[in-house]
Structure formats: C-alpha cells, structure tokens
Write a protein that binds this ligand. Structure first.
Ligand SMILES: Cc1cc2nc3c(=O)[nH]c(=O)nc-3n(C[C@H](O)[C@H](O)[C@H](O)COP(=O)(O)OP(=O)(O)OC[C@H]3O[C@@H](n4cnc5c(N)ncnc54)[C@H](O)[C@@H]3O)c2cc1C
Length: 652
C-alpha cells in the first residue's frame, strides 16, 4: 500500500446488519418481522426527504401514503426537473417477458459480475427481487412503456447481459417514470401529507445526541435560512459526477447534501468508483460546460468502430467494410457492442490512444446504424430511438440516419456514495441515503438501466419500510427547531456563506471548477496510476490552499445568487475530489471503472486483488476538520460471497 494512505481506523466496525438465512428469503423475513408505527400515530412523525428525483419522489410519496408528514426538498423550481428526468434508455427488471429464461437469480448474478464482485450480495439480491414490482407500480401509474404490436411491454438489451430485460419509453424513460413518481407525490401533497420545498438547498444535517434530527436549508430565491426538524432524514440527493466539471449530469447536480452528512460523521464509501459512459457526444471546445449522453440502448442496434488506418481523414461512409475496426465485436465476441460500460469506455480510449480516433480532436469513435437501418427499416429504428437521433442532429448538425454518430466516453454516474447498511441507514442513526447518493448496489461498475431500478427500489419498496421500522423502534423525539443544535448548525451555514461573500479574488467558481475537473478527468478518470493520483492529490491541495484567495463571489446572501450557490457546491467538490484520489490510491487493484495502470492483465483487462481488496472502503471525515494533508480515515467492510464464485470477469 502507498505511504500516503491513512491506516485503517480502529474501533469502528461496519455492521451491514444483513438478516441471517438463505439469500432468497432474507428480505421477506425482514419484512415479516419489521415493526410498524400505528396508523393513528404516523401523522405525529415528521420526515425530511432531500431530493425529488426518482429515489426521493418515490420515497416521499410512499411515506406520505403511509400517513407520515413529509418535508420534501429540491433545488429545482419543480420536483419534475430533478436530474432523473434526463434518463434515457430504460429500467431493468427480471420479468422475462422476452421468454429467454431470465430470473431474479440471473439479474442478481449479472449485477454482481457487472460490478466486478465489489458489491454486497444481500442488497443486490433484494434489488433483483423487487425489480419486478417496480414495473407493475409504474404501469399502474400509467407510465407509457413501449409495447410490442400485441400490447405486451417491450424490452431491449443493455450492456453486460445476454437477455432483454430493459423496459423503456422510447429514449425518455426517466422522464416518464419521474412523471409517475411526481403524480404520486402530488397526490400526497393534495392529501396534506407532503410539503414540497422547491428552490431550497439543504446545507447541513442537524444532529442531536448523535442522531439526525433535521436539516438547515436555504431558500434559493430569498436567501432565507430555514430550520426543519424531523424524526428521520432521508437523503436522495443524487450522484457526484460533476466533480469532473464536464459530465452528462444536470448542471446543478452536486455532492453538498451527502458531503455535509459526511462532515457530520456519516461514512462515505468507495468514492473512487465512478462510471465513465462510452456513448456521449465528444467535447467540442474548451468552454463547453456540459456533455450530452447518447443512451446505451443505442448499442443494441449501433455498431462501434474506428478506421483501421491511423489518422484516416476519409468520411466514414467512404471507408470500406474491410477497413473498419469493430473493436468491441472483435475483442468481446460474446457481448460485442453490449460489453459493459467500463470495458467499452476503456476500449474506445485505447483505440484513440493508438491514433485510430476520429473527429477534430481524434478522441471519437463511430456508432453506426447503417446495417440495422438496412435490416430493420427506418421506421423500426425511429420507433426505438427517434428522440435520441433528433437530439444528436440538433447538437452536431449530422443526421444519424445518413452518417454514423461520433461518440466518446464521459463522466456519467457515481457508484460510490454514503455508506449504508441493509436498511439503507448511514452510520448516523436516523439518517438514510437512497438512490445514487448511496453506495449500495453497483460495486465497481454499474450496468446500464440499473440506476433507475435502484432509485425506485429504494424509494418505493425499501426505505418506506426501513424508515418506519426505525421510527417504531426508537423513542419519539421531542426535538424542535428551537434546540441549540439547530442554532449551532444555522450559525455554521451563515458563517460559510458570509465567508464566500467576503472573498476578493478574481476567479468565478466555474473557473476553479474547470481546473479541478481537468485534474480529475486526466488523473483520476478512465486510467489511474500511483503517479497520476499522487500528483492529483498535490494539485487538489494546491487548489484548496489558494481557494479563498482566488475566489470571487458577488452579490448578497439575502437574494437569488447562483454564484453563491456554486461556490458552496465547489467547496465540497474540492474536498471530495481529494478523497476520491486517496481512495483510488489506496485500492491497489483494478476493478470495474477503477482501472489502475499498474494492475492490468496481459490482454489489457482489469486485474483484481481479491485477497486484499474484496472490501467496500468507507471513509471517515477527520473529526478536527480537513487538515492540509487530508486525514480521512478508511474503514473496510469485508464483502463475503456465498452465492457467486469470485471469478475473473469475462465478456469474451
Ligand atoms: C443523461 C443520463 C441518462 C441516464 N439514463 C439512464 C437510464 O436510461 N437508465 C438508468 O437506469 N439510469 C440512467 N441514468 C442514471 C440515472 O438517471 C440516475 O442515476 C438516477 O436518476 C438518480 O436518481 P436519484 O433520485 O438518486 O437522484 P437525482 O435524480 O439526481 O435527484 C437528486 C435530487 O436531489 C436534490 N438535491 C440534491 N442536493 C440537494 C440539496 N443540497 N438540497 C436540496 N435538494 C437537493 C435535487 O434537487 C434532486 O431533486 C442516466 C443518467 C444521465 C445523466
């Protein structure tokens, strides 16, 4: 292990509280035994849910439907604009409508293998188990999934699987699912059970005697700082891909809510596990602030290739078949273009590094529909992907019906997140984390169409029960907003905002963020080495040391002030970035999206070290605040595998 790493901390034992017994009955037995709050008592409990994406909206709606009083927060102007709306390609479920022999066990196995054997078996089994209920729930809400001619729900394939288990609404699956969850949420608003606080940013979690008892939020329109007491807090605040500055995530997506919880003592697990998605529109210029995803579903019918001749300047349609290098089909004949994302991304990078890349920067590969348009006809391709094709044409000016798309990998999803136990509770009692904000199910790489599945599994089917169980088994709190812990937390939030506004440097938050992102992408992106990570840590510490002198935030705290919001989010990203590099440095193996140059097989695949690293690493924020030399303390949760045999992942 590297000399800069902190030794594992003593004292704290991570207990995932996994029920005993056979894996296929664990969740059923947990449900049978869990405690309920009496229906008449439920309105006396308040629950804060941070986030209105698929995880947060479904959790808030479900807890409201159970009769609890819920305060739901989002920073957008409506819950419907949560980042989940961007999800395109689909949602997995082991329903086997395609009659291919799919089963819960197969979805479980694919997910464990897809995550390169770095996730917790019991959680993944439960995810596969409840996946089927999600589709029923969504259909009952009226979500317009694509259907076959006869009316049956249609499915397609996503990467890393050999069956068609992905349900979809053309290329707008997230939007349609979110409208379903939103209508359930609004129903509870109308019932008086849920209060939605749009345009509010949660800036701290309040703890009383070590237990989560509420949040401090800023009204982003008026700047007012508000206290919200609760019996339980559920974070559903999404992922942290925007640490890379350029990503496919919504511009506003950030880590602040999860990071404030980390500063309060919740452990942050596997921060280095990030997903770089293979099919995004390549960056076009230095001042670009957003990258656009082209859904993985396109790999069902699009073939990925580069010219065999380096620096070939011919137009793609002028390059004959024998001069095209279909690198995924050649390297991974069994899965071909549907190899998992980490593998497909790395293969594209390798091809470009060999000088075979296309486009102005040489960092692009083709995604070509020519053969399938010929085979299936234009109408069939339109039915599946029209909005994606239109989006591509609007952005690039090229029509994918006429010429191949050009794509390149981009930061997209974060598998790391707040450490949670089987009940999705963090190491802070009363603080739960669900959806992309937790680390629970995807290990070192997430398979496509599994994020929506996890967000809705957590929100509709797991958290409502585990939160209720927590409330039923702990004494009712009488803490309210007048408690001194709220005053202390509020003072901290105000103090930080004032400090941002007192800066007199010359750099806008975005400028510093771009600098951070370049370091992260270059040194902690698709390829990491001890050298790159050590350099990145030094450079990030440099950014942190200069931050307060260089930053400039104009305006006031008591008004709508996007620059002030941005500064706060950036402040947290800088700390997180350092931890990501520490985590990547400590994990001396390659697995999934975490590819360490020192640990690859002879044919360029990831080489795991199961002896030393079959663990989830959960990091503790230093009690005395971040010192210049980091000081995060790692705690390892051993991962035990009884249902699957640890094996080298192969998609060949
Ligand atoms: C372009 C794109 C396409 C995708 N396509 C697919 C797909 O086809 N299938 C699939 O399975 N996955 C897909 N994903 C991934 C998937 O969309 C996300 O992982 C998932 O939607 C995350 O849901 P969530 O509810 O956890 O978080 P989000 O949808 O990110 O919601 C986060 C919520 O938290 C709120 N929030 C955050 N911080 C604060 C704060 N401090 N205070 C108040 N509110 C806060 C936000 O306002 C928001 O409401 C895609 C992702 C992208 C970027």
């Amino acid at each position: 292990m590297s000399t800069t790493q902190a030794p594992p901390a003593e004292g704290l034992v991570l207990d995932a509280r996994i029920p005993d017994g056979p894996i296929e009955t664990k969740w059923r037995r947990w449900l049978d035994a869990h405690q309920l709050v009496g229906p008449r008592n439920r309105p006396h409990y308040r629950i804060v849910v941070v986030g209105t994406g698929l995880a947060g909206a479904s959790a808030a709606a479900s807890l409201g439907a159970q009769g609890f009083k819920v305060d739901s927060f989002c920073f957008q102007d409506t819950p419907r604009r949560a980042h989940s709306i961007a999800a395109q390609g689909g949602i997995n479920a082991a329903k086997d409508f395609a009659n291919e022999g799919d089963a819960v066990k197969r979805l479980f196995y694919d997910t464990i293998k897809g995550g390169d054997f770095r996730s917790r078996e019991a959680n993944v089994w439960r995810l596969a188990e409840v996946s089927t209920s999600i589709i029923d729930q969504a259909v009952a809400q009226g979500v317009p999934f694509n259907r076959e001619y006869g009316g049956q729900l249609a499915t397609r394939s996503f990467g890393g699987v050999l069956v068609k288990r992905t349900f979809y609404s053309r290329g707008q699956t997230g939007q349609q699912l979110l409208l379903g969850a939103y209508s359930a949420l609004q129903h509870q608003v109308a019932q008086g059970n849920v209060t939605v606080h749009n345009r509010h940013e949660v800036l701290d979690v309040v703890l009383v005697d070590g237990v989560a008892r509420g949040v401090i939020a800023r009204n982003l329109i008026t700047g007012e700082i508000e206290r919200h007491a609760a019996d339980c807090v559920v974070l559903a605040s999404g992922g942290y891909s925007n640490v890379f500055y350029l990503s496919t995530n919504a511009m506003g997506s950030n880590v602040t809510a999860a990071w404030k919880a980390t500063r309060r003592g919740a452990l942050f697990a596997n921060p280095c596990y990030t997903q770089i998605h293979p099919t995004c529109i390549p960056q076009s210029g230095e001042y670009q602030s957003k990258l656009t995803l082209m859904s993985e579903s396109l790999r069902n019918d699009g073939r990925i290739w580069v010219p065999r001749k380096p620096k070939d300047e011919r137009k793609p349609n002028d390059i004959p078949e024998e001069e095209r290098y279909y690198f995924l089909e050649e390297r991974y004949p069994a899965f071909g273009n549907l190899a998992p994302r980490d593998i497909a991304s790395r293969a594209a990078k390798v091809a470009c590094d060999q000088g075979l890349g296309v486009g102005g920067t040489g960092r692009g590969v083709y995604l070509d529909f020519r053969d399938e348009i010929e085979r299936q006809g234009r109408a069939a391709i339109e039915a599946k992907y029209l909005n994606l094709f239109q989006m591509y044409q609007r952005i690039t000016g090229d029509d994918p019906f006429e010429t191949p798309m050009m794509i390149y990998p981009a930061p997209h999803y974060t598998m790391g997140g707040l450490w949670v136990d089987y009940e999705l509770q963090t190491t802070i009692p009363g603080l739960f984390a669900i959806g992309e904000s937790n680390f629970s199910d995807h290990g070192a790489n997430r398979l496509g169409a599994s994020a929506l599945m996890q967000a809705l599994a957590d929100g509709y089917f797991i958290a409502p029960h585990t939160v209720m169980h927590r409330l039923a088994t702990t004494p009712k709190s009488d803490v309210d907003e007048t408690h001194e812990a709220f005053a202390e937390a509020e003072d901290g939030v105000r103090g930080l905002l004032e400090r941002f506004l007192a800066t007199t440097g010359s750099k806008a938050p975005q400028t510093i963020h771009r600098e951070l992102g370049e370091i992260m992408l270059d040194k902690c992106g698709m390829l990491r080495t001890e050298e790159s990570l050590t350099t990145a840590i030094e450079q990030i510490r440099g950014i942190r040391a200069r931050f307060w002198d260089e930053l400039r935030v104009d305006g006031r705290a008591d008004e709508f002030n996007p620059s002030l919001e941005y500064a706060g989010r950036l402040h947290d990203f800088i700390e997180l970035a350092e931890l990501m590099c520490e985590d990547a440095l400590r994990r001396e193996e390659s697995c999934g999206g975490h590819f360490r140059g020192e640990h690859e097989t002879e044919d360029g695949e990831a080489r795991r070290d199961d002896e030393r690293f079959a663990t989830a690493t959960a990091w503790e924020y230093p009690a005395e605040g971040l010192r210049p030399d980091g000081g995060f303390r790692p705690h390892d949760e051993p991962l035990t595998f009884s249902e699957v045999k640890l094996a080298t992942r192969s998609y060949k």
